[in-house]
Design a binder for this molecule. Structure first.
Ligand SMILES: *Cc1c(COP(=O)(O)O)cnc(C)c1O
Length: 447
């Protein structure tokens, strides 16, 4: 008799309630960026459904999705239009290989993505699965490009302090947040780390001659506790890159698809990069799909002999369901006038947060770009909380009671709702924030 399952006798029994799901999770699941030892002690939230900006847990409680399901969701959950697009595609085919075959949805999506940029800007799309792979592709292309254009000495990459570009080995080596690359520091790309624009402008000629590309999260660093860059910096980097023959790689995995107020953050400063990395919001937050966009001059260097090809790819490249969701995501920007409605929402959120910030001494700083917000909590007097107090984590646990879900980065609370959030929902979210702050301050910070 063939061995089917350790639990053969009851293999057909489906888990049916919160208790069973949690038990199986604690016994068999391993969560990202999670202290598992603590996780198995705590009472995890089991999310089962969603509607607009609301998520519902297995006990029927509803919460505002305050970080857009880890920065991915754009038009809300369970959107009938995106659902219909995925279903329609599903009736045809879910996935076909992109190695040697084309598919309709990927063709349409590539064309529509390129149309966002001026002619001759970004004309070619390489698909992959998530933000990290979008970055891996861009960097590998940038390196291989130099080998194929007679500048093999340009092997260095410039990246910024505290940057975050993903978790696969190469992407992690570009990041400046130590915790993400601890175990593999001896691997990765040759990276020179810059503190800001000054660091770039101050590079010696010798350094510049070694450099293939600069990579940056434009306008605002996400994982670095939502830190905006100075206005105008991106345009200056673009012009520096042009002067020195260095490629500009923009990691818009978080900032893409309207988060900062324009479709892409680079449009705030009229910048077109040489490489653009997209993922999180690409499918409206429904399915994993990523895109690395490049200009024609980069693409040309990969034509010709077989060894000039870009030998890289994944099994699910250009997944048809993912591309269908992405097309629906783009349609909705037009149908629902998502970008047109943003400025009023951004202003409302800004003013409500300013009012809250004024009342609670724990709010040290509110950093906002569009609907991307970091609320940094500090002690009275501006001193940072001791890490052991885990104030950010405590805040987010308390916030659940007030029906708001989000995740902190250290002691910065990230607020990044789906762009579809209504004015009423912004107010509800801010009430939840305020109640949480009040409770946190009442509890005190000694534990
Ligand atoms: C989330 C993120 C990534 C990594 O994307 P994954 O889909 O998690 O691999 C890369 N860069 C930035 C700026 C991000 O916010």
């Amino acid at each position: 008799m063939q061995f089917l399952s350790r639990r053969t006798a009851c293999a057909h029994i489906v888990l049916v309630d919160t208790e069973q799901w949690i038990a199986a999770d604690k016994a068999h699941c391993w969560h990202p960026f999670t202290r598992q030892a603590e996780w198995v002690e705590a009472e995890p939230l089991v999310l089962v459904s969603g509607e607009g900006v609301w998520l519902q847990d297995a006990e029927g409680r509803k919460y505002i999705d305050g970080n857009a399901s880890i920065w991915t969701n754009i038009h809300g959950h369970n959107h009938p239009y995106i659902n219909a697009a995925i279903k329609a595609q599903l009736e045809k085919v879910a996935h076909t290989s992109y190695l040697g075959f084309a598919n309709p949805r990927a063709s349409e999506l590539a064309q529509r993505l390129c149309d966002f940029f001026p002619e001759g800007g970004l004309e070619r799309v390489f698909f992959s699965d998530d933000g990290s792979t979008a970055v891996e592709c861009a960097v590998k292309m940038a390196m291989q490009y130099r080998l194929q254009t007679g500048e093999p000495e340009r092997t260095q990459l410039l990246a910024f302090d505290q940057a975050y570009h993903g978790d696969t080995l190469g992407a992690a080596s570009l990041g400046g947040v130590g915790a993400f690359s601890k175990c593999c520091q001896s691997f990765g790309y040759p990276v020179r780390r810059l503190t800001g624009l000054g660091g770039l402008l101050g590079l010696s000629d010798a350094e510049v001659q070694k450099t293939a590309a600069v990579i940056i999260e434009p306008l605002v660093q996400g994982v670095n506790q939502i830190k905006p860059w100075p206005d105008g910096m991106l345009a200056e980097i673009r012009s520096w890159c042009d002067t020195h023959g260095v490629h500009l790689i923009l990691d818009e995995v978080m900032t893409g698809f309207g988060r900062t107020g324009t479709m892409f953050a680079c449009q705030h400063e009229g910048v077109t990069p040489d490489f653009l990395c997209l993922a999180k919001g690409l499918t409206g937050g429904y399915l994993p799909l990523a895109a690395t966009m490049v200009g024609d001059s980069v693409y040309q260097a990969f034509l010709g002999d077989a060894e000039r090809a870009f030998y890289y790819g994944h099994s699910y490249t250009a997944n048809q369901l993912g591309c269908a969701a992405a097309l629906a995501n783009l349609d909705l920007f037009e149908q629902e006038k998502t970008l047109e409605k943003l400025p009023a929402k951004v202003l409302l959120l800004e003013s409500l947060l300013a009012a809250i910030g004024g009342k609670y001494h724990t709010v040290y700083e509110v950093r906002q770009r569009g609907l991307v917000v970091g609320i940094e909590l500090r002690q009275l007097g501006g001193e940072v909380f001791h890490a052991a107090h885990r104030v950010g984590e405590r805040f987010c646990l308390l916030a659940r009671k007030h029906r708001l879900l989000t995740r902190p980065i250290l002691n910065t609370i990230v607020i990044m709702p789906p762009l579809s959030i209504s004015h009423d929902e912004i107010e509800t979210m801010c009430v939840a924030l305020e109640r949480t702050l009040k409770e946190l301050e009442q509890e005190g910070f000694s534990k």
